[in-house]
Design a binder for this molecule. Structure first.
Ligand SMILES: Cc1cc2nc3c(=O)[nH]c(=O)nc-3n(C[C@H](O)[C@H](O)[C@H](O)COP(=O)(O)OP(=O)(O)OC[C@H]3O[C@@H](n4cnc5c(N)ncnc54)[C@H](O)[C@@H]3O)c2cc1C
Length: 319
């Protein structure tokens, strides 16, 4: 296994539970996008507010539904407080939510949906790693250069690998988020995620997070003015707080042309891919892990596997 982010660790646990001997390689797990994420498990507002995810609601909902049993196995707490949307497009958003067959409620804070959940990404990563260790998974603090001769899963987010040819389809999107360790949002540990056009405030155990930028093609991990602009535009009432009583985290997401990850066998024998989950890697992790486990066991990977087929953008034969 290459990669110890949400996807790599979820797959490692799933494979270990299926009886496989698993080794996870990662030279720098602390730089994963998974560690920077807000942890929203948000099929509804992702499908409604992000044009790229518009057609993916049923798949995202199935992914969310894979969470309760997985979270219980690992010991991850899910915050099911829901989410609100407040913005100029309230009527349009309300209709789009209704068109998905999802119940919503108009509240003082905005349009509320109970179907979007959340987890604390940093804690979930820790739990996944502990669960993997408990199951006998080995960790190597180095890149997986070439898995010649052993079965390997590429779960390296945005970072392409020579031995996983389909990874050439992945592009990078830099994301910045501010964790509010000071000021009024520092104690917002639970409750609904607050969404507006262009950003959100997500509760978190070490302070609420305000994010997140979508900076296509950028792979640098430096905080820049884009996150300040996002806060000023989207949450002007926070601007008074010194930038803004929090620390900026940066993660690089991997993305494919249709916004869904590449999951499944590569054209290269013995290689499986689980990459490019864009802004929904946490949401998708248990579903991707279950599909990957099924593929490796030679079982039916289920109804969503064709949508995620790792070879869907590439020629059927190795060049
Ligand atoms: C600011 C921000 C907010 C986000 N918010 C959310 C959210 O609310 N909900 C949600 O579902 N998603 C969210 N996302 C997206 C989510 O974080 C990603 O989709 C997800 O983390 C991807 O997980 P991953 O395991 O594929 O990749 P990563 O977490 O990036 O992990 C990949 C790992 O592979 C390692 N690696 C690289 N090259 C090699 C190699 N050659 N060999 C071995 N290892 C290697 C890297 O060091 C890294 O640790 C957010 C992302 C960002 C940046």
């Amino acid at each position: 296994m290459a990669g110890a982010g949400a996807l790599g660790l979820s797959i490692a646990v799933e494979l270990a539970d299926a009886g496989a001997a698993v080794t996870v390689f990662d030279p720098s797990p602390e730089t994963s996008a998974s560690a920077a994420a807000a942890g929203m498990l948000a099929p509804v507002f992702e499908a409604v507010l992000d044009p790229v995810a518009r057609g993916h609601f049923a798949l995202l909902l199935a992914a969310r539904d894979a969470w309760p049993a997985f979270a219980e196995r690992i010991g991850i707490l899910l915050d099911r407080s829901g989410a609100t949307y407040a913005g100029e497009r309230s009527l349009e958003v309300r209709k789009a939510v209704a068109d998905l067959g999802v119940a919503s409620e108009v509240r003082r804070e905005g349009l509320f949906v109970g179907d979007d959940w959340r987890l604390d990404a940093e804690i979930a990563l820790e739990r996944l790693r502990e669960a993997a260790v408990d199951r006998g998974v080995a960790f190597v603090n180095a890149p997986l250069e070439d898995p010649d001769g052993v079965e390997a899963v590429a779960a390296t987010g945005w970072q392409g690998l020579k031995w996983a040819p389909e990874s050439v389809m992945i592009s990078a999107i830099k994301g910045q988020i501010i964790r509010m360790s000071d000021g009024p949002l520092a104690n917002r540990t639970v409750g609904p995620v607050e969404r507006r056009d262009g950003g959100y405030i997500a509760p978190g155990v070490s302070g609420a997070m305000v994010g997140a930028t979508m900076q296509s093609g950028r792979t640098d991990r430096v905080g820049d003015e884009a996150i300040v602009d996002l806060v000023e535009r989207t949450f002007p009432e926070l601007s008074a707080a010194p930038v803004y009583g929090g620390d900026v985290r940066v993660g690089i997401r991997g993305a494919t042309p249709d916004g869904l990850p590449l999951v499944g066998p590569s054209i290269r024998p013995g290689v499986w891919i689980a990459m490019g989950a864009r802004r929904n890697g946490w949401l998708l992790a248990p579903l991707v892990a279950a599909i990957t486990r099924a593929y490796l066991a030679g079982e039916d990977p289920g109804p969503w596997a064709p949508n995620l087929d790792a070879r869907r953008f590439t020629a059927p034969e190795e060049p």
